[in-house]
Design a protein around this ligand. Structure first.
Ligand SMILES: [Zn+2]
Ligand SMILES: [Zn+2]
Length: 352
């Protein structure tokens, strides 16, 4: 099955640029939805996987897990969407569906490991999964999202990773009108954290190392910007925040932020995987029942909840549209944080 060739853009080695290639997609099974991909967001994970920065990349790799498009074919048991509907696919395309996590709509924490949208183990074809830098994708309906029709489709794409990654902790820690939320880092994740926290009615502060981002942060909805290198400003927010979403993707000192948590407050790491340096000082945690936590993306039901919320509140990502042929340049710019705030590929460019 699935001898059909699908046009895609990927790489054959860690040190090779991304280029056009053909991949295999499975034929639509009874529960599957085939989606013509219209836009695909560019996440930092794409770059790290393409270059094998985390190890474990299987080549060839086709990145992309912020996918939006239109349904072109459905299996005979599909009920969620019909041909012609808008559809989205995020970071996962399968899970075991029977463990405790899966039974509680927490597929991202599947005890048997979820299947990533790319570089995962495809249960159907027995090869690796290929992501959204491609003309189409075939996904089980359970893992396909409905996309609100009122939003700019290209700017919806990053909601499927950057959006849900920040939405899930906001919901888990019950952020609402009386909450004081702080965001560390203003990139793809950080700018969504500001918009979504604001949408939920919270008072939102951005921690930034330099004053250069103040104007942008306020335009995105931040009520306040605190310069984290300014001792006086940091002192003024001691004990203030109920939740801090730390989106910084590299090793950094989180101790100064823990001190700004309210009693029983939580700092949740969503951007950095690895050991902390310097180490965590437990004194302010113990003396204030504070928590340092982590969180990864979100489950399918929660992702749908986030998309519906964004539709209702007109929330989308700030994007810069590129052609697929410019993806290697885009990666270089991302490494320099030279993007406001997410690159999104117009997949029509793949047809050129
Ligand atoms: Zn991502
Ligand atoms: Zn599971």
């Amino acid at each position: 099955m699935g001898a059909e060739k699908t046009k895609a853009f990927g790489t054959i080695a860690a040190d090779a640029p991304l280029n056009e290639m053909n991949i295999q997609r499975r034929e639509v099974t009874s529960k599957d939805i085939e989606i013509e991909i219209l836009y695909c967001g560019v996440c930092h994970s794409d770059l790290h996987t393409a270059r094998n920065d985390w190890g474990g990349t299987i080549y060839p790799v086709v990145p992309g897990h912020e996918i939006v498009g239109r349904v072109t074919k459905i299996g005979n048991e599909v009920t969620k969407l019909k041909v012609g509907d808008l559809a989205g696919v995020g970071c996962l395309v399968d899970s075991c569906r029977e463990c405790n996590s899966c039974e509680h709509d927490l597929e991202q924490y599947c005890l048997n490991g979820f299947t990533g949208t790319y570089n995962g183990a495809d249960k159907h074809l027995g090869i690796q999964t290929y992501g959204g830098y491609s003309e189409k994708v075939v996904v089980d309906e359970h893992f396909v999202l409905k996309v609100p029709a009122n939003l700019d489709l290209s700017a919806v794409a990053p909601l499927l990773c950057a959006g849900i990654t920040t939405w899930s902790p906001l919901r888990h820690w019950n952020v609402g009108k009386d909450s004081k939320v702080a965001v560390v880092g203003l990139g793809g994740l950080g700018h969504m954290a500001i918009k979504l926290a604001k949408g939920l009615g919270a008072e939102v502060t951005l921690f930034s190392r330099t004053p250069g981002k103040t104007k942008d942060a306020k335009e995105l909805g931040a009520d306040e910007v605190v310069i984290s290198t300014d001792a006086e400003q940091m002192k003024s927010v001691q004990g203030k925040f109920d939740l801090i979403i730390d989106t910084v993707p590299y090793v950094h000192d989180i101790n100064p932020y823990v001190s700004t948590l309210n009693i029983s407050g939580t700092l949740v790491l969503v951007g950095y995987l690895g050991e902390l340096d310097p180490m965590l000082n437990t004194v302010p945690m113990i003396m204030g029942r504070k928590t340092v936590a982590g969180s990864v993306i979100g489950g399918i039901a929660e992702t749908q909840e986030m998309l519906d919320f964004c539709g209702k509140h007109n929330i989308v990502s700030e994007v810069e549209i590129i052609n697929i042929q410019d993806i290697n340049i885009a990666y270089e710019r991302m490494l320099k944080s030279d993007v406001r705030y997410r690159f999104v590929i117009d997949m029509a460019s793949l047809k050129k």
